[in-house]
Design a protein around this ligand. Structure first.
Ligand code: URA
Length: 232
């Protein structure tokens, strides 16, 4: 098995996060520093920063309602609160994708490396739906611009779906679905049409919806939800 998949299945992090650990020289196989592309054979001793990494047999999937004011990483180098502080499970899970410090809403977490990879890989174009409150009124022309694509960090965004939910003189509440997952994408898209995002919440990933789950709480995904994600 490839080393990055092995590490992800051990619950160390997503495959990409594991690649970074391998590149940084934090991973050893039988005492030798591993490189990208290494494979793991049965009975190999794999360690991350000197600590043995073993495959956990129990594959777990949860949804978490991330509140504002925590980071979506397993550990934060600045000592800030992380999403892990809310999860009291023995099985080591890691977040699938990211939400900003000040964004709330649906975060899926697992120790299934394949699933994490599938849901975050750009080529799979998994839709993610957000509710945003933005400053000012969004015109129909601006809505169309967002739907057709705006240039963010030098690259046009993929087509998005936008619905205006509510508006008054000062704010507009919008539901927006995107199929990419670029850094701060929603905020940057609205910046392109001169609007500031004041509040942002992810409400769905494909057909998996946050529903009434309370902020800061998590629940296990149902068999049906897991099957749905596996067949996505
Ligand atoms: N887009 C953003 O700007 N922030 C998030 O947290 C998620 C999507």
């Amino acid at each position: 098995m490839r080393l990055n998949k092995y590490l992800a299945d051990c619950g160390v992090g997503s495959r990409r996060a594991c690649d970074k650990l391998i590149e940084d020289g934090c991973v050893t196989i039988n005492g030798k520093v591993a490189t990208l592309g290494c494979t793991v054979e049965k009975d190999d001793h794999v360690a991350v920063n000197g600590k043995r990494a073993t495959i956990q047999r129990k594959i777990t999937y949860i949804m978490f309602h991330k509140p504002k004011g925590c980071v979506t990483t397993v550990k934060d180098e600045h000592g800030r609160k992380t999403v892990m502080d809310f999860i009291d499970l023995k099985t080591r899970l890691y977040p699938i994708g990211r939400l900003d410090y000040d964004t709330e809403g649906l975060l899926l977490m697992t120790n299934d490396g394949d699933m994490a990879n599938k849901l975050t890989h750009p080529s799979n174009e998994v839709p993610k739906t957000y509710v945003a409150r933005i400053s000012g009124a969004l015109t129909l022309a601006e809505k169309a611009q967002l739907e057709n694509g705006v240039v963010v960090d030098g690259k046009k965004t993929a087509p998005a779906k936008v619905a205006i939910l509510e508006k008054d003189e000062h704010h507009t509440r919008v539901e927006i679905t995107i199929t990419e997952g670029r850094n701060r994408q929603i905020k940057k898209m609205f910046e392109c049409v001169g609007k500031e995002v004041e509040f942002l919440k992810r409400v769905a990933i494909a057909e998996i919806r946050l529903g009434g789950l309370q902020r800061g709480k998590y629940r296990f995904l149902s068999e049906r939800e897991i099957d749905y994600l596996k067949n996505l």
